[in-house]
Write a protein that binds this ligand. Structure first.
Ligand code: HEM
Length: 146
């Protein structure tokens, strides 16, 4: 039997996986960092970053190129929510990735580094949630509306 996935199927899988990343980040914050279980915090947060990175590389970025080939850049106002999603998503994932790599390169959680990056971790969480919400708008507009 051959399994053929439509773009809608992949979008649903992507939506579920992105939901998992949000839950992981919230879990990593509330059960990990807040309770000083930093090993748990690291594993959970790294997992969220890796899942989202794979989603962007193998689905969202190719999909963006496809949307561009259909001319979304010709109507920036009409497609504002796609543009906002991409910019906020890029920042969320980019900063999240940088923080993750910094802590992988400098293990042992130096207190000065923790102090410096802590605020940015909140920034990442907030941007991530905004990107996710705009992702849902994208999904609705792309597959469910009209
Ligand atoms: C933290 C970062 C991000 C989160 C949480 C996120 C989340 C989502 C979600 C939930 C969807 C709806 C499900 C889907 O249709 O696949 C979506 C769609 C989409 N995202 Fe992201 N995203 C992020 C980053 C990015 C980035 C950096 C790009 C730019 C390359 C991007 C491009 C897209 C595109 C083009 C779609 C529409 C895909 C479609 O046609 O179905 N996303 N995103």
């Amino acid at each position: 039997m051959q399994l053929v996935l439509t773009t809608f199927d992949i979008a649903i899988i992507s939506l579920i996986a992105a939901t998992v990343t949000i839950l992981l980040l919230l879990f990593g914050m509330s059960r990990g960092a807040k309770r000083q279980k930093f090993k748990l915090h690291h594993v959970v947060v790294y997992s969220a970053v890796v899942i989202q990175l794979l989603l962007v590389i193998f689905w969202m970025f190719p999909r963006l190129l496809w949307l561009i080939s259909f001319g979304i850049l010709g109507d920036l106002i009409g497609n504002w929510y796609i543009i906002v999603h991409e910019i906020v998503g890029f920042l969320a994932l980019g900063i999240g990735l940088v923080i993750s790599v910094i802590f992988l390169i400098k293990p042992g959680m130096p207190p000065a580094l923790v102090k410096k990056t802590r605020r940015w971790m909140w920034v990442v969480l907030i941007l991530w949630i905004i990107a996710f919400l705009f992702g849902i708008v994208n999904f609705y507009a792309g597959y469910l509306a009209g």
